[in-house]
Ligand binder design. Sequence first.
Ligand SMILES: [Fe+2]
Ligand SMILES: [Fe+2]
Length: 306
Amino acid sequence: MSDPMRGWYDDAAVRGQRRRILHEDRERGLVLFPEKEIPYLGHEAVVALAPAARDALVARHLYQYLLYTVHLETKVVNRGVAMVANDEADYAIAPQTRLDAFKIYCDEGYHAMFNLDVVQQIERATGVASLPYDFRPRLDRLDHTAHRFFPEHPRLGRLLQVAVFETVVTATLADLPRDPTVYRVVRDVVGDHARDEAHHHAFFVRFFRETWTHLTAGQRVAVARALPHLIDDCLRPDVATIRRSLIAAGLPAPVAADVVADCYAEPAVRAVIRRSARHTLALADSVGALDLPGVRDIVGELGLAR
Ligand SMILES: [Fe+2]
Ligand SMILES: [Fe+2]
């Protein structure tokens, strides 16, 4: 199989992509985020808000997506990628794989930087400030799951977190770059990111399969059982941040809580998670992980079964 990071020196955004700059005259009539992808925008309490408050909600929804990525890249993905690059997994990492991991490390640092750059450019252009982003609850949840399934192998837990994040495919990353209703600068940066991530995806499919061959029978069961939980930890929407944004738009706290409850009902949330997780679950299935004892029950309990 060819090396998924082979073309990195020529293709990676960090190697050749010029800075993406917001030009207000190119963005007229466009939206900051696909409005159909914002579940609460059609809620009657939100429809009743003034247009400026609704625009600010859309801006903050975009910021939330971009800032989630900033934290994720630097606090979860690069934490695990650095372990691969430095040959600190529980088995010997091949020399080429170590170099590829450092390429990914550079990519993720650049993704974090250009996402924050775009947040700041849009804040200046629109006058809508981002709210403080608290990544700690998600990181705690991910680390809690890793510790629960791998109390003796913390490295394995951290590597698995990365393998999950790097193989799920969210609708935003897949579809937003081609959405003609969205700000060009937003389409451009998300498209730059998606192109790099296609290579990372291929790398981590290979890496997961390679890691699997080094696991004991007991570790395989733990990995297979942890995966659905890590998928949920990774993809579950951050409703606390959404609630804060609704309150900032002028909704009283109890109304904001009702809007979130109405628009993020569990079946709807699970349908979105299931869709984004399908490649990761197919990867697990390809090594036989889903057929290990108890695994399909967990997949079903978390609403991930197709
Ligand atoms: Fe990335
Ligand atoms: Fe990545």
